[in-house]
Design a protein around this ligand. Sequence first.
Ligand SMILES: [Zn+2]
Ligand SMILES: [Zn+2]
Length: 253
Amino acid sequence: MLDLHVHLLGHEDREANRQNIRAFLEEASRKGLKEIGFADHDYYWEQMNFPLIREAAVEYPNLKVRIGLEADYRLMEEERIQNLLSQFPFDFVIGSVHEIAGWAFDFPEEEPRHHQQEADKLYRDYFNLVTKAAQSGLFTTIGHFDLIKIFGVRPTTDILTLADEALTAVAEKGLVLEINTNGRYKPVREFYPEKRLLEEIKRRGISVTLGSDAHSAEVVGRDIDEAIMLLRQIGVQEVIGFRGFEKLRYTLA
Ligand SMILES: [Zn+2]
Ligand SMILES: [Zn+2]
């Protein structure tokens, strides 16, 4: 199937050289993926090497290799992101909220601060930014839609109420949400987004794609089959790939 969220550079602990690119493509082929999408964090821009990815991809004719970006969405930084997007013809762009008012909330050492706050406020502040990210028109995809649950803090208010505006913005802009399987390896121990949100996403006719959020080659394609099983259970019949910002539909047979 597909995996449209992998980090060749990891957390800047790996170079974009031919050997490392091959390791990712090799694992994607081994797991039988049809499409893989590189989406390194925008703040490693200087370390990226898109021509080399294109070159290495030629060795894997059965694999569609896409080039994307995972851009950190912060208020007041839309112009900075726009500037990056104008410099390369990306296939897709994931907009992700990893930060609330300067607080990088998803780092392991930030867990205590999650438990010290009012959960509903945490969720409201987070989804408020996701809504703005969706409305910005910069992205094809919103990353790990309910990342704020990373440490297992749950809101009192219904998640469908808290996420309502963000989902409306995603639907209005025709954006795609990903099932990001990496959440299972975080304290919350489940995919992003949770099943209830996925059911609502289906009900609203929002399209979905798949991503492992692999920061190393061996993680490419991890749990993607299981994510597909979950989608089938919910009644989702297709997932989306991208070429030059255009949606490609893959039927879940
Ligand atoms: Zn992310
Ligand atoms: Zn990521």
